[in-house]
Design a protein around this ligand. Structure first.
Ligand code: ZN
Length: 242
């Protein structure tokens, strides 16, 4: 009986991971499609991304935000600095405006609350826990199976094995909890982004921007898979935006 339970648990967790990997791959493709589609659409207002940032900076941040250059697809916000790639700065596409607005949304969170700082600590905790997930699951599974098949006879090996599996399950749910919190922050940043965009874009254009931002949000779940499987080097490295 115990044998079937353990084998069932191991197979179950394996299936969950396969499903998550599929979601991860799908979400990146989905986001990239939306990004490309709306990168070909220029905004009707005719504003460049750089001009847009400087106007929002003036209107909402008293010109306190600083601008820096970063690599392509690494646009970011952190500590009062907005990092934009050269292609984003020059662009006037809806995708670029959406991404930059999202970073400005994070700037607003940072200026009005301590969410961003907490967020950074949470991500660090998630990454550290992720390192132990797979080793703990595999060691627990192997020790339990060896005990059940009498290779490791003392009963306490079964307790050790099941405890390790239990630990990996706890890590798994902890990581999901952290990611859920992070996604709430990302959603708020995107809501702020759409608020800023409405000042310059038509409603259909705002809808296109929303598609890009919604696509990006799905990739945060994919980031959870990366956290859990990072040690295997199986998952793609991808930081389209934070
Ligand atoms: Zn973000």
């Amino acid at each position: 009986m115990m044998t079937y339970v353990i084998i069932g648990v191991v197979i179950g967790l394996g299936l969950v991971l396969c499903f998550l990997l599929a979601v991860a791959n799908f979400s990146f493709n989905q986001f990239y499609e939306k990004f490309k589609e709306n990168d070909a659409r220029r905004n009707s207002y005719g504003i460049t991304t750089l001009e847009y940032v400087s106007r929002i900076n003036q209107a909402y941040f008293n010109n306190k935000l600083r601008l820096t250059k970063c690599a392509k697809f690494k646009d970011f916000y952190g500590g009062g600095i907005v990092g934009l790639s050269e292609s984003t700065m020059k662009s006037n596409s809806l995708s670029s405006l959406a991404i930059v607005s999202h970073e400005l949304g994070h700037a607003r969170q940072d200026f009005t609350s301590n969410k961003i700082k907490k967020h950074g600590k949470m991500r660090l905790a998630g990454r550290i826990c992720g390192l132990f997930f797979m080793p703990s699951l595999i060691a627990g599974g192997v020790i339990s199976v060896l005990q059940v098949f009498d290779v490791l006879q003392p009963f306490y090996f079964l307790i050790i094995g099941l405890s390790l599996i239990g630990l990996s399950v706890l890590i798994f749910f902890f990581a999901i909890f952290l990611k859920y919190k992070e996604i709430q922050i990302e959603k708020e940043a995107s809501d702020f982004a759409l608020e800023y965009l409405r000042e310059y874009l038509t409603e259909p254009e705002v809808e296109y921007c929303k598609e890009v931002l919604d696509g990006a949000r799905l990739t945060y779940w994919a980031a959870l898979v990366r956290t859990l499987l990072s040690w295997t080097l199986l998952t793609p490295k991808n930081t389209l935006f934070k």
